[in-house]
Design a protein around this ligand. Structure first.
Ligand code: 5GP
Length: 120
């Protein structure tokens, strides 16, 4: 499928410095910052700096350097936020059925409270 990236989305504006954010980590190819409407004591969004709409877009078209950087950034955020012991949830919503609000790939890292079962 051909992916169309909207460079006016809110995370693109954050990456361009047009909108402030509460940065947790910045790497060569990734940025992690706190969600503006946190759903748990820890709620961090990790995004690639490149123009990728969704995880499948990223996985198909990003360079290996970007993919390694993003994967390691998720790991570093987990370490920095101390979520390994208590556990955490990672979510990457995509598209209409996934109810993705912002069309720039982001992984939610949620932790710090019991998150309940998601799947039956
Ligand atoms: P989605 O539904 O696309 O997976 O989640 C988008 C997330 O982005 C939501 O959790 C929402 O609270 C967060 N969000 C939306 N706008 C902003 C913003 O301007 N700054 C930050 N830090 N988070 C945002």
């Amino acid at each position: 499928m051909a992916y169309t990236y909207d460079s006016q989305n809110i995370f693109a504006k954050i990456l361009r410095g047009e909108i402030p954010n509460d940065t947790v980590l910045e790497t060569a190819h990734s940025l992690a910052f706190r969600d503006i409407r946190p759903q748990a004591p820890v709620h961090v969004l990790v995004i690639p700096k490149g123009p990728y709409v969704s995880y499948d877009h990223f996985a198909q078209e990003a360079s290996e350097a970007e993919i390694v950087d993003f994967t390691r950034a998720v790991g570093r955020v987990c370490e920095m936020e101390g979520v390994a012991e208590g556990g955490f949830r990672m979510i990457a919503n995509a598209g209409r059925d996934g109810v993705q609000e912002v069309p720039h790939l982001h992984v939610h890292i949620l932790a710090g409270r019991g998150l309940g079962r998601m799947l039956a």
